[in-house]
Design a protein around this ligand. Structure first.
Ligand code: CAA
Length: 261
């Protein structure tokens, strides 16, 4: 796997770790970080050894404290639009990764940081997390998907409250509104994310990946069409060796050995 300047990729077993590694700037996302993420995500998508991805930020203090304000302060309107398009491209690539993704949110997750967590499938938060979309306090709006993914996740009214006020909320409140799946002590954050990853890894990889596609794409379709997509994909699973293995193992009262075939 290629090495990068501002992010880290590590693979342990079947888990890929993607870390924004700019702790002195609280992992703020500048254009270089976004370009590196773009490249890294292509590598992850094409790496059959990685079956679950954990996304986090380096250091104790922040997951990601937002898009880089120093870089943005110099932008023209067209450059601002291009920056937002880049962020949206990269975060949609993350959201569309075939592998399930878990954000391990270790501290401030503000603006682009909240949006990075929102682009993951599941969010585990440290008790120290503070999450929010403070963009309006800077005279801008969320630009890396926050207006859309936040409202789809927590509902329009809560998303409007968070975005219009720009306030940060703590981990327990974020859990209450369904913005994060679980809250744990800071020292347990990575273990908890890995426990969840290992629970996913016990299952047939193709079935996990296809359930992600059907949930995500189905939400954009009328219910009838979404259920047709589900039925078609359900049928497709019967073409896999892992379906034969999973059902044989059940009938033979043994644990299954999936091969991802
Ligand atoms: N961009 C650039 N640099 C940032 C940054 C950001 N988003 N957030 C923090 N930093 C830098 C600070 O400038 C500081 O660097 P220097 O030491 O060189 O001055 C360093 O990180 C440490 O930050 P602080 O000294 O501010 O740390 P703190 O503990 O006093 O405060 C904080 C922490 C409350 C998170 C504060 O840093 C903060 O408010 N950051 C900005 C949060 C924000 O507004 N994020 C949204 C950005 S807009 C956006 O993301 C748009 C979008 O949707 C795409």
């Amino acid at each position: 796997m290629k090495t990068f300047n501002k992010i880290l990729i590590d693979i342990k077993g079947k888990i890929g770790y993607l870390t924004i590694n700019q702790p002195k700037a609280l992992n703020a996302l500048d254009s270089e970080v976004l370009q590196e993420l773009n490249e890294a995500l292509t590598e992850i998508q094409n790496n059959a050894d990685i079956q679950v991805v954990i996304v986090t930020g380096a250091g104790e203090k922040a997951f990601v404290a937002g898009a880089n304000i120093k870089e943005m302060s110099q932008k023209t309107p067209i450059e601002g639009m291009t920056f937002s398009e880049l962020g949206n491209h990269v975060f949609s690539k993350l959201s569309n990764l075939k592998q399930p993704t878990i954000a391990a949110v270790n501290g401030f997750a503000l603006g682009g940081g909240s949006e990075l967590a929102l682009a993951c499938d599941i969010r585990i938060a440290s008790e120290t997390m503070k999450i929010g979309q403070p963009e309006v306090a800077l005279g801008i709006i969320p630009g890396f998907g926050g207006t859309q993914r936040l409202s789809r996740l927590v509902g329009v009214a809560k998303a409007k409250e968070l975005i219009f006020t720009g306030k940060n909320i703590k981990a327990d409140e974020a859990e209450k509104i369904g913005l994060v799946n679980k809250v744990v002590a800071p020292e347990e954050l990575m273990t908890e994310a890995e426990t969840l990853a290992n629970q996913i890894l016990k299952n047939a990889p193709f079935a996990v990946q296809q359930s992600k596609v059907v949930i995500d794409k189905g939400l954009e379709l009328p219910l009838d069409h979404a259920l047709t997509l589900e039925a078609d994909t359900f049928g497709l699973c019967f073409a896999t060796e892992d379906q034969t293995e999973g059902m044989s193992a059940f009938i033979e009262k043994r644990s299954s050995k999936f091969k991802g075939q």
